[in-house]
Design a protein around this ligand. Structure first.
Ligand code: SF4
Ligand code: SF4
Length: 75
Protein backbone atom coordinates (compact mmCIF):
# COMPACT_ATOMS: atom_id res chain seq x y z
CA UNK A 1 0.00 0.00 0.00
CA UNK A 2 1.17 3.55 -0.69
CA UNK A 3 2.01 5.65 2.36
CA UNK A 4 1.55 9.31 3.22
CA UNK A 5 3.64 10.44 6.19
CA UNK A 6 2.63 13.74 7.76
CA UNK A 7 4.81 15.76 10.11
CA UNK A 8 1.85 17.22 11.99
CA UNK A 9 3.81 19.79 13.96
CA UNK A 10 5.10 21.46 10.77
CA UNK A 11 1.60 21.88 9.33
CA UNK A 12 0.08 25.38 9.32
CA UNK A 13 -3.37 24.26 8.11
CA UNK A 14 -3.19 26.27 4.88
CA UNK A 15 -5.27 23.56 3.14
CA UNK A 16 -3.29 23.69 -0.10
CA UNK A 17 -2.83 19.92 0.02
CA UNK A 18 -6.55 19.38 0.64
CA UNK A 19 -7.41 21.35 -2.46
CA UNK A 20 -4.87 19.62 -4.69
CA UNK A 21 -5.78 16.02 -3.81
CA UNK A 22 -7.99 14.79 -6.61
CA UNK A 23 -9.12 11.87 -4.48
CA UNK A 24 -10.20 14.14 -1.60
CA UNK A 25 -8.31 12.05 0.94
CA UNK A 26 -6.99 14.88 3.12
CA UNK A 27 -8.76 16.79 5.85
CA UNK A 28 -7.98 18.85 8.93
CA UNK A 29 -7.74 16.79 12.11
CA UNK A 30 -9.74 17.60 15.23
CA UNK A 31 -6.67 17.88 17.45
CA UNK A 32 -4.26 20.82 17.60
CA UNK A 33 -0.55 20.57 16.83
CA UNK A 34 2.33 22.20 18.70
CA UNK A 35 1.77 25.46 16.77
CA UNK A 36 -1.92 25.56 17.63
CA UNK A 37 -3.19 24.60 14.16
CA UNK A 38 -5.46 21.73 13.19
CA UNK A 39 -2.97 19.62 11.21
CA UNK A 40 -3.73 17.62 8.14
CA UNK A 41 -4.80 13.98 8.35
CA UNK A 42 -5.41 11.36 5.70
CA UNK A 43 -8.31 8.96 5.57
CA UNK A 44 -8.74 5.99 3.24
CA UNK A 45 -5.01 5.91 2.52
CA UNK A 46 -5.62 2.76 0.49
CA UNK A 47 -7.15 5.03 -2.18
CA UNK A 48 -3.99 7.16 -2.46
CA UNK A 49 -2.38 6.94 -5.88
CA UNK A 50 0.92 8.35 -4.58
CA UNK A 51 0.71 11.11 -7.17
CA UNK A 52 2.80 13.26 -4.81
CA UNK A 53 0.92 16.49 -5.51
CA UNK A 54 0.14 17.12 -1.85
CA UNK A 55 3.84 16.84 -0.94
CA UNK A 56 4.90 19.10 -3.81
CA UNK A 57 2.29 21.70 -2.89
CA UNK A 58 3.05 21.87 0.85
CA UNK A 59 5.03 25.05 1.64
CA UNK A 60 6.10 23.58 4.99
CA UNK A 61 7.44 20.31 3.54
CA UNK A 62 5.34 18.43 6.04
CA UNK A 63 4.21 15.61 3.74
CA UNK A 64 6.16 12.66 2.37
CA UNK A 65 4.61 10.18 -0.06
CA UNK A 66 5.91 6.66 -0.59
CA UNK A 67 4.75 4.56 -3.52
CA UNK A 68 4.64 0.83 -3.04
CA UNK A 69 6.51 -1.07 -5.71
CA UNK A 70 6.01 -4.73 -6.30
CA UNK A 71 9.18 -6.65 -7.00
CA UNK A 72 8.83 -9.86 -8.88
CA UNK A 73 11.10 -12.56 -7.55
CA UNK A 74 13.01 -14.51 -10.13
CA UNK A 75 14.37 -17.92 -9.36
S1 SF4 B 1 -0.30 11.54 -2.98
FE1 SF4 B 1 -1.92 12.31 -4.35
S2 SF4 B 1 -3.70 10.95 -4.01
FE2 SF4 B 1 -2.26 10.65 -2.29
S3 SF4 B 1 -2.99 12.05 -0.69
FE3 SF4 B 1 -1.40 13.14 -1.86
S4 SF4 B 1 -2.52 14.29 -3.46
FE4 SF4 B 1 -3.91 12.72 -2.62
S1 SF4 C 1 -0.11 22.08 2.50
FE1 SF4 C 1 1.24 21.53 4.24
S2 SF4 C 1 1.00 23.20 5.72
FE2 SF4 C 1 -0.71 23.33 4.26
S3 SF4 C 1 -2.39 22.14 5.24
FE3 SF4 C 1 -1.27 20.73 3.88
S4 SF4 C 1 0.28 19.73 5.24
FE4 SF4 C 1 -0.46 21.58 6.29
Amino acid sequence: MNRVVIDKDRCKACKLCINVCQRKLLELADELNAKGYHPIAIHAVEKCTACGLCAIMCPEASIEVFKEIKVKKTA
